[in-house]
Write a protein that binds this ligand. Structure first.
Ligand code: PLP
Length: 428
């Protein structure tokens, strides 16, 4: 099973059998509130009729079409809708299968872009410690969560260098952006000096590092990365697979933090999680350079997937776009955020809690270590599961990201159940 303690699971299976709105039901019939939007996938809640109907209708009309050298109209409509929300002129969209393949695609597009401009020597990618970008070789290589990387070191991409992460010891119980730590961006400048900026293709960061436990960027940090990339002709990628589509209170974290990258990757909420799909948005200059470097009639980018922008995923994503608009989801997220963060930070009096962070509709709760690293998070996850609150734990951090359609009563229920679950865990 993926990222699962298989042996523990065999002894204590946890099977989810139904999902509706913000609630899940398990095989014992117990109800759980979904406190991490199903791995950040379901901001609109579960079993949305509008999405189910759109998918069903699409399957009846056109179930699949091979996407090479021919098109499917819906994917162009969807690209246009996505481009209305992406910042600046990041309006060229390539559809992928998931977040990992979006990152891998971004890596390839950037290499093709530099080659097209006669800068084929730019082969290095700069990632960051504690980053998560997915699990294929490209995404694992630029990622920086040590357990995901160390077993596979022998097969990772060459030339990847990592900046330090931005989580400093004085970042304790900070709601929103820390005011210290922007200088960590200078790591990129240092890497340019040590490895030669002319060899660096791109720098990739999650604007808010999600899977490692909501590391919010220090004020000024992302702006400084932008400046350094501009100075050296390095492409800046924001991996917005989690932060995209309203999680931070704006369509993308890029707008929220006022920094426009050259490339954005997205997935998860793009289809509200119901059909796997990812996408890469690149600025026009990147697209144009790759197009112009190829003779007319030739395939310009030798890359693509059997399931790139398939009708059923597009139908789900179009229905999601309609709901984003009709229900003003990004504004709703921004308005609910202070209430959510206040609730989350109210857990700071619990003895087992070491630290809390949060921004928008996402937060991380670090648990104090009891035995060895990694145990507290998992044990606490199980304790909270037992009292009916469902979320993702990574290492010793509980990651809380409620659906963006949550009402205050749902936030209250999440916080109350977290309090009980964490307290029960602490008694064990
Ligand atoms: N990028 C980020 C920032 C992610 O958080 C994730 C998954 O959590 C991925 C990429 C990989 O996405 P997927 O699991 O859809 O391949």
């Amino acid at each position: 099973m993926p990222f699962t303690s298989n042996r523990d699971f065999k002894e204590h299976p946890r099977l989810i059998t139904e999902a509706k709105g913000v609630y899940l039901k398990d095989h014992h019939g117990q109800t759980h509130i979904d406190a991490s939007s199903g791995l950040f996938c379901n901001p609109l809640g579960h079993s949305r009729k509008e999405i189910t109907n759109a998918v069903t209708k699409q399957l009846e009309q056109l179930d699949y079409v091979q996407p090479f050298q021919q098109g499917f109209g819906g994917s162009f409509t969807l690209a246009g809708k996505i481009a209305k929300h992406t910042p600046g002129n990041l309006n060229r969209i390539f559809f992928t299968l998931c977040g990992s393949s979006a990152v891998e695609t971004a890596i390839k597009i950037i290499i093709a872009y530099h080659k097209a401009r006669g800068q084929g020597q730019r082969f290095r990618f700069v990632g960051r410690e504690r980053a998560y970008h997915g699990m294929n070789i490209g995404a694992t290589s630029v990622g920086g969560m040590i357990n995901n990387v160390k077993t596979f070191a022998s097969v990772l991409m060459p030339g990847v260098v990592h900046m330090r992460h931005t989580h400093l010891p004085d970042h304790k119980f900070i709601k929103g952006q820390p005011t210290t730590g922007a200088e960590m961006a200078e790591d990129l400048e240092r890497i340019c000096m040590n490895f030669g900026s002319e060899n660096i293709a791109a720098c990739i960061v999650e604007p808010v590092a999600g899977s490692t436990g909501t590391l919010v960027p220090p004020k000024g940090y992302l702006n400084r990365l932008r400046e350094i990339c501009d100075k050296h002709g390095i492409i800046l990628i924001f991996d917005e697979v989690i932060t995209g589509w309203g999680r931070m209170g704006s369509a993308f974290a890029s707008q929220e933090f006022g920094v426009i990258p050259d490339v954005i990757t997205m997935a998860k909420a793009t289809t509200n999680g119901v059909v796997p799909m990812g996408a890469v948005a690149v600025k026009e200059e990147i697209y144009d350079a790759v197009m112009d470097a190829s003779p007319k009639g030739a395939v310009e980018l030798f890359h693509g997937y059997t399931y790139s922008g398939i009708p059923v995923a597009v139908a789900a994503a179009l229905a999601v776009q309609d709901i984003f608009e009709k229900e003003n989801i990004f504004k709703r997220s921004k308005e609910m955020s202070p209430y959510f963060l206040e609730g989350l930070f109210s857990l700071n009096d619990l003895g087992a809690v070491d630290n809390i962070r949060g921004y928008g509709m996402m937060g991380g709760i670090d648990m104090k270590l009891k035995v060895k690293p990694g145990r507290a998070g998992f044990e606490c996850f199980k304790s909270c599961y037992d009292v009916g609150v469902n979320f993702k734990a990574t290492g010793d951090c509980l990651i809380i990201a409620p659906p963006l359609i949550c009402e205050k009563k749902h936030i209250d229920e999440i916080i109350e159940k977290l309090r009980t679950g964490i307290s029960n865990y602490n008694k064990k």
